[in-house]
Design a protein around this ligand. Structure first.
Ligand SMILES: Nc1nc2c(ncn2[C@@H]2O[C@H](COP(=O)(O)OP(=O)(O)OP(=O)(O)O)[C@@H](O)[C@H]2O)c(=O)[nH]1
Ligand SMILES: [Mg+2]
Length: 441
């Protein structure tokens, strides 16, 4: 009866992975502006163009109240707010708001393009910046010096980072659906989640657990549809024992009974037998709270079978629902009942802290390099240099002069020269073509 391949497969399915890919973009920085003070009787005021505000960051934050990533399924693109432009009279633009995306504890954030881990959000409240906002551009007031008291250029806001990320969460089931074979467990999970298990009118249709995410209003939980249990399961009969270990890790059991009267068995007897198997396997399993679902209530005559079963179980303190997993009758009430009960139960055991590594944000794009792209053609690649160009008002000759000085200071001009750039060659940076201008030639 024991089958190691099955067990291995089961381990994998019980820890199924919830995964979402999204693109996040910080807010661009606001532009600095060129302005001069205007006062009565003062013919030439000093520079007074304000700085732009910084763009907001996109932050991913772990929140213990969330269980799955389903909330991020519906939108593919998330952007934080742009910084406001500067104003006259040295008025600084407003900073853009951060955008905070909440995810369950245990979510790992990857850069989807490089596959590298950005962060492992292992604790409630842990956060990472997934896409930084751009810095605000400086207004012309910031560029006044003793030699240039009336600067006629300002800096544009820095474009924000845009990052394609993948969020990954290893899910453990909150709820185990258990019961005798063929009672309708798989039909139920297919009704309440997107899971598409095999359903058939014979016992042991389900060989390994199926997991599904169930959404209720703004909450969600994970359900596992288990293979049917029979007498002797704890000793390895049927498929049972391989999975009992995994049901132990759930927080609540939904015990499904067939009240159609078609199986020829007594639902209450099934209930006792299975509970006996659970306690024979472990105390922990026997102690898990159970909700009972009397299924196949759509079958004529089932109400008569259900009534005494319901009464018996309710007297013993069980919450009982009558449902038809096939037609959906009563299923919504059951789902709400599960959600409500989960609220009152302790949260799932968290991963032990020592198993969780924390990774700081990986920024590999902070360097630049010169590439020869053709005869007399060069390109400078890398965020620091590209951002300088992005922040320059290219229609303003003063701004262009400043750009040249900055490229010189950063060593870009000499690197171009070392790569063989000659006077009159074309240098492309961030899609903008410049003539290479070399005073010494
Ligand atoms: N009439 C009726 N039939 C149902 C209902 N729920 C399930 N069935 C039928 O019962 C049979 C067994 O359903 P499954 O969902 O495969 O049962 P299971 O409990 O997952 O069975 P195992 O995986 O073998 O343990 C199928 O033929 C279903 O169509 C119901 O509410 N009403
Ligand atoms: Mg099944």
């Amino acid at each position: 009866m024991r089958n190691t391949a099955l067990t291995r497969q089961c381990l994998e399915t019980m820890q199924f992975v919830d995964e979402v890919e999204i693109t996040v973009k910080g807010g661009d920085g606001g532009n600095g502006i060129v302005a001069f003070r205007r006062e009565k009787h003062v013919p030439r005021g000093g520079p007074a163009g304000g700085d732009g505000g910084h763009g907001g960051n996109v932050i991913i934050e772990a929140d213990a109240k969330l269980n799955t990533l389903v909330d991020l399924r519906y939108k593919k693109y998330y952007a934080a707010e742009r910084g406001g432009d500067g104003g006259p009279n040295n008025k600084r633009g407003k900073d853009g708001e951060d955008l905070v995306l909440k995810v369950p504890v245990g979510t790992i954030v990857y850069n989807a393009d490089t596959g590298k881990i950005i962060a492992d959000l292992a604790h409630d409240g842990a956060r990472c910046v997934a896409a930084r906002g751009g810095r605000g551009g400086r207004g012309n007031a910031s560029f006044a010096t003793s030699t240039n008291q009336t600067p006629r250029f300002a800096e544009k806001g820095e474009p924000a980072e845009e990052v394609h990320i993948r969020l990954e969460l290893k899910l453990l089931a909150d709820v185990g659906i258990i019961g005798y074979p063929n009672v309708g467990k798989s039909t139920l999970i297919s009704k309440i989640s997107a899971a598409k298990p095999k359903i058939a009118d014979y016992p042991f249709t389900t060989l390994v657990p199926n997991l599904g995410v169930v959404r209720v209003d703004d909450k969600s939980f994970v359900v596992a549809d288990m293979p049917g249990l029979i007498e002797g399961a704890h000793e390895g009969l049927g498929l049972g024992d391989q999975f009992l270990r995994h049901i132990e890790r759930t927080r609540l059991l939904v015990h499904v009974l067939d009240v159609s009267g078609l199986s020829g068995r007594d639902p209450l007897e099934d209930f006792e037998r299975i509970n006996h198997e659970l306690s024979a396997y472990s105390e922990k399993l026997a102690a898990l709270p159970q909700i009972v679902a009397l299924n196949k209530i759509d079958v004529p005559g089932s109400a008569e079978v259900a009534a005494p079963v319901r009464q018996n179980l309710q007297e013993r303190g069980y919450t009982v629902y009558e449902i038809s997993a096939l037609t959906g009758q009563g299923v919504q009430e059951l789902v709400y009942g599960i959600a409500e009960r989960l609220e009152s139960l302790p949260p799932r055991e968290e991963f032990p802290a020592e198993e969780v590594a924390y990774f700081t944000v990986d920024r590999e794009s902070e360097t630049w390099r010169v590439v020869k792209t053709g005869d007399g053609q060069f390109e400078v690649i890398g965020r620091p240099v590209e951002m300088l160009v992005a922040r320059t008002d290219l229609d303003n000759e003063y701004a262009l002069q400043r750009l040249h000085r900055q490229l010189e200071k950063m060593g870009v001009i000499s690197a171009l020269r070392e790569s063989g750039a000659k006077h009159g060659d074309i240098v492309t940076i961030r899609g903008v073509e410049f003539d290479f201008w070399n005073e010494s030639e």
